[in-house]
Design a protein around this ligand. Structure first.
Ligand code: MG
Length: 388
């Protein structure tokens, strides 16, 4: 394990490289450069004003896409370090995984996807790749951030077969039903672990979930009862928030510990000698045990039912979708309503590929918006009286 890296980890000396070849940096590794490029990108900074579940103005303490991405990266790095995987690559993938997210969370993506259906659809995961491959504009020599294959592989978590056929190398694994490297497998699960747990915290804070209903969910209930018992008579002097924090921390700890142990056992049994052997496999090696996985899924289903489809969340979502749909129609009809840079992109794309090109440029502009930017554009162009 040279430098703490296992033989199956991504090692930047064996990277499949960048689309535009570059000189190595004097003192930063390839994956460090990727991480730094992501961190300095405009798309990354915008995550601070993008919705995770609760729209930004509902309260200062809710997760945003930015704090979500940081929590994903923190979980990812912990597990990577314990499995001998590349921590820096894991961090880079985790920080970049949501760069393509629209304003207003999944509601925004659904609205944009509906409008984009005649033009190939819109999918935030593919959009994250588009952001780092094409849309960030910071280098003289190329468009995008020119990240390594390994980081791009991790960003592209899933992808339809149709899209995969257009992605060259990167799409191959979806056609062959193979796996990405372990750091990519890990970032994918770290994302789920992070949101499953922080959405419990945010949902309780918002008063949309109750401790009583969560107590029936195995993962929460077990730890909550243990915390209550341990607090004993001190509980009277403690706020409920402390009990919730203590519970959520233990939930994360259980799932992350299980992820490390199960993945370590899988790696020991499969003993892949290199990242290429990992990629050639049919099933992921970074995984939860079946018991923890089913508890994790039970919680995920509960959140979908009780939180993501909660009437209060849905009401906000519907309004958010109306805002994005109206802006899409407006910019399609009149690209000059967009700032000059986007207007020019839309015109050039329309010359090259007609309405589809224009629609893609409009979608890029809309997807890049923060929640509040979309709201202010709507107020300016559609309805100054919008109460948001
Ligand atoms: Mg995410």
């Amino acid at each position: 394990m040279a430098g703490g890296l296992a033989p199956y980890a991504a090692d930047d000396s064996c990277s499949r490289g960048r689309r535009h070849p570059e000189q190595l940096h004097g003192y930063r590794s390839q994956f460090q450069r990727d991480r730094d490029r992501i961190l300095h990108s405009a798309a990354f900074r915008r995550l601070v004003y993008k919705t995770q579940v609760f729209v930004n103005h509902e309260g200062d303490l809710y997760r945003t896409r930015l704090t979500h991405s940081l929590e994903v990266a923190q979980i990812g790095r912990t597990v990577a370090g314990n499995l001998g995987l590349n921590e820096t690559l894991t961090e880079a993938i985790c920080l970049a995984h949501d760069l393509g997210h629209t304003p207003f969370g999944h509601a925004g993506q659904d609205a944009l996807n509906r409008r984009m259906r005649p033009y190939g659809g819109f999918e935030h995961n593919l959009q994250s790749l588009r952001v780092v491959d094409q849309l960030e504009d910071r280098y003289l020599a190329f468009s995008g951030l020119n990240l390594t294959y390994e980081t791009r592989e991790g960003i592209l978590k899933h992808c339809s077969r149709t899209a995969a056929r257009q992605l060259g190398d990167l799409g191959q694994r979806f056609l062959r039903r193979q796996q990405p490297g372990l750091e990519a497998q890990l970032a994918n699960i770290a994302d789920e672990v992070a949101y499953n747990n922080h959405d419990v915290d945010d949902g309780l804070r918002a008063g949309l979930l109750t401790v009583a209903e969560l107590a029936d969910i195995a993962l929460f209930g077990r730890h909550y009862r243990a915390v209550k018992k341990q607090a004993g008579c001190r509980r009277r002097h403690m706020g409920d928030r402390v009990l919730i924090h203590e519970t959520v921390r233990r939930m994360i700890n259980q799932v992350v510990s299980d992820l490390i142990e199960t993945s370590r056992a899988n790696l020991r049994a499969a003993a892949p000698a290199s990242i290429e052997e990992v990629r050639a496999r049919r099933l992921p090696l970074v995984a939860l045990s079946s018991e923890t996985r089913s508890e994790h899924l039970e919680l995920k289903r509960f959140l979908r039912r009780r939180l993501y489809r909660h009437e209060r969340v849905m009401t906000v979502n519907r309004r958010a979708q109306e805002i994005l749909a109206a802006l899409f129609d407006l910019y399609m009809a009149d690209p000059a309503a967009m700032p000059a840079e986007h207007r020019d992109r839309a015109r050039a794309a329309a010359r090259k590929s007609g309405a589809g090109g224009r629609a893609r440029a409009v979608a890029d502009y809309l997807a890049g918006m923060t929640d509040r930017y979309a709201v202010s554009a709507y107020r300016r162009l559609v309805d100054p009286a919008l109460d948001w």
